[in-house]
Design a protein around this ligand. Structure first.
Ligand SMILES: Nc1ncnc2c1ncn2[C@@H]1O[C@H](COP(=O)(O)OP(=O)(O)OP(=O)(O)O)[C@@H](O)[C@H]1O
Length: 322
């Protein structure tokens, strides 16, 4: 079990993570999703005791990570596959990890077999590995202590399609045997096939959380796209219809297609698309939750309420200050 309670991390003026709360249960894979810079890595680093939170707390198996004795026997962590010693061979890397964790050396060969690194590859220096090979080695390192929890940050980066398929099978099997998996990605499709639950983070905050069915059962609204997004935004605001941005400059509006069509017609806004939202499934929902805000409406000639921008539920991504 991983438990995250109101985790917050501030870097100067930047709120990298704000009030993030979620749980990962044994026997499940939790997909931790969000666009670049959303706060996934910072959250995972706080769970693993590498970054001190500004506020809030996180526990793994009921204990803060830093207080777990010999944590590699309980929690397998892969946060950055590129951060391995380039001068050691893959086999040496695992042999050293096995010694540090106090597990038998025969686990080295088993782990190499599990992740599909051949004896020849294992004998090469890590500096010559591709990113995909480093990911496999990192996963072997995470698994060698036979943990019951896995925390993996973008583990599919650099893996080819066969490698991604293999990794999904490995994680599914790990969870089906009672393990707990937290898996981050900025690509929904990468995790959709393996995750039981999703935590979607945008701009440092949890934007949505739940199973696929939970996420898709919410009010869908109407998807609309106009030739002039600003004119549409003004028309919706004038009609008192709330909206949030979706993919390709579209909006998802809290209202029926008829109400949206009437509002657009009244303002003379030309529509390119008008339909019930939600048919796009999880991907459409993910994109709408993590999209930048809708364009602001142009000021109305008479200075009426039509000048107000459509309220967007999701704020824009922060500026990267690194
Ligand atoms: N050490 C740091 N100092 C200052 N700002 C930081 C630091 N680490 C992260 N940030 C900022 O915090 C925000 C969240 O970054 P984070 O790396 O957690 O996002 P992410 O969701 O993992 O993104 P990606 O998918 O690109 O890895 C970003 O705005 C980032 O610039």
């Amino acid at each position: 079990m991983i438990s995250v309670e109101r985790l917050t991390k501030r870097y100067g003026e930047v709120d990298a993570v704000r009030d993030v709360t979620f749980r990962c249960e044994p026997g499940t894979v939790t997909g931790f999703l969000g666009p670049n810079g959303a706060g996934k890595s910072t959250t995972m680093r706080m769970i693993c005791g590498l970054t001190p939170p500004t506020a809030g707390s996180a526990t793994v198996k009921g204990v803060p990570y830093r207080r777990i004795a010999n944590p590699g026997r309980h929690v397998g962590v892969l946060l950055d596959a590129a951060a391995q010693h380039a001068g050691r061979t893959g086999r040496e890397t695992l042999a050293l990890t096995a010694r540090i964790l106090g597990v038998e050396q025969d686990r080295v060969k088993r782990s190499l077999d599990t992740v599909g690194l051949s004896p020849k590859a294992a004998g090469r220096r890590v500096g010559g590995y591709s990113l995909g090979m480093r990911q496999r080695l990192g996963i072997a390192q995470a698994l060698i202590g036979d943990p019951s929890v896995l925390i993996l940050d973008e583990p599919a980066n650099g893996l080819d399609p066969e490698g991604i398929f293999w990794m999904r099978g490995l994680l599914r099997d790990f969870a089906d045997r009672g393990g707990t998996v937290l898996l981050s990605s900025h690509l929904l499709r990468e995790v959709e096939a393996v995750a039981d639950r999703f935590v979607v983070i945008a701009n440092g905050r949890v934007a949505a959380e739940g199973t696929k069915d939970d996420l898709l059962s919410g009010p869908a609204g109407t998807l609309v796209r106009a030739l002039d997004p600003g004119a549409l935004a003004a028309a919706l605001a004038a009609a008192g219809l709330g909206a949030r941005p979706a993919e390709g400059g579209a909006l998802v509006v809290d209202g029926t297609p008829e109400a949206v069509g009437r509002a657009a017609a009244a303002a003379g806004a030309v529509l390119l698309e008008l339909r019930q939202a939600g048919g796009g499934g999880l991907e459409e929902l993910f994109l709408s939750l993590t999209a930048p805000p809708a364009p602001a409406a142009p000021p109305a000639a008479n200075g009426s309420a039509a000048a107000a921008p459509v309220p967007a539920r999701i704020a824009t991504e922060k500026e990267d200050v690194r």
